[in-house]
Design a protein around this ligand. Sequence first.
Ligand code: AMP
Ligand code: ZN
Length: 470
Amino acid sequence: MKIFNTLTRSKEEFDPIEPGKVRMYVCGPTVYNFIHIGNARPMIVFDTVRRYFEYRGYEVNYVSNFTDVDDKIIKKAIEEGSTSEQVAARFIDECKKDMEALNVRPATTHPMATNEISGMIEMISTLIEKDHAYAAEDGTVYFSVKSDPDYGKLSHKNIDDLEGGHRDIKVTGEEGKRDYLDFVLWKPKKEGEPYWESPWCDGRPGWHIECSVMAKKYLGDEIDIHAGGEDLIFPHHENEIAQSEGANGVQFSRYWMHNGFLNIDNKKMSKSLGNFFTVREISEKYDLQVLRFFMLSAHYRSPLNFSADLMESARNSLDRILTCAGQLRDIAASGRTEGLDGAKYEGDVLADTSGFVTKYEEAMDDDFNTADAISSIFEFVRFANQHANELSSDQAGALYDRLKTLSDVLGVILERQEEELDFDIDALIAERQQAKKEKNFARADEIRDELLEKGIRLKDTREGVKWERV
Ligand code: AMP
Ligand code: ZN
């Protein structure tokens, strides 16, 4: 399996620390609101990466944090007249609901920053002991960037360039800093803010330290993969490397994976531009399976544009897969020993579709190219549709199982279409059949039109009445 590693800017063969195991850390959201559809991209992408490792037989220890102490959470709590604990608890809950609807599996561990303060104090103390950090007079602790000769290795930035436009720390009001580049590990409390006791002052941690500490605690000093959106490369991940490698003395993560950004109608998503969507808002218009499928229709490192047209086309593509799956399921359940009118698929369906599986695996082995993997699923679907009338139940069942295995890795649920409808199609179909029997064709047509309005088209087939989305 090959992974594009931001650290080396090249695709590398995946070589885990422990054979057969993957230790993976994905930076999670700051929980002060419902997650937006940009936040959903890394969740979906790295959930798929995890699923593919499992498909390949790896055991994955997947850790993803919730940042539950932060300026934005405190601000929200003040606005609402609640506490930051309440704000964080509520939005962690809401985030988990969205994850479930997106079929993003819960991580092995979802640590929260506020539960890990003692580990942070310990790592900061180690960094001070090793001269990688220092406490200023007011109790703020800074990481000393110049103490790390490797600083900049992930973002491929040169410290001197960073300093190029350097600002005077006296002007920025950070007199305690020895150098403009230094970043905060611990900061003093302000009135009304949550705080913890520490050797330096009552206060709270900086943002970067939490991930270094949680990765160490739940995965170890050395991990295989660290991931997040590309905006995190600098400074967040660069700073995580500086902290972890400074404190632990070993390479932190072997591979660094970053997803590209999601834009809206080719513009950056932002509240001020009025093009900001939460996952919850999108769920009112679309099945979130469509959002997931849409996200995976592009390579994870490419920028991805969100628009109504593209979502519509994702919905249609997904429907083709689900319709094919439904048809295979029906044939599998029909108990037929040969195809329609004695037609027979003479070959071995598994052998004859193994080429699509190979293509799928080659695509996923090549830095998780889900776009190409989806193309191979469509080739499979075309094959299944072409031969549907010739298949016995057993053959259809075998094809269905294969399609399900490939779809599961992408987190596409083949059975969901029926379950998610908020009205009972089967009951209406039964009523229409009864109306037809009673020669009440007006009512039968009415039901057909009623369903059509809801986006469901009925088809009278030899195996009974079937339906599909239009
Ligand atoms: P945040 O809560 O801002 O720290 O973001 C949580 C995760 O979502 C991080 O991995 C970000 O890189 C990622 N993210 C935020 N906005 C977008 C976006 N528009 N497109 C893709 N990923 C994003
Ligand atoms: Zn992080």
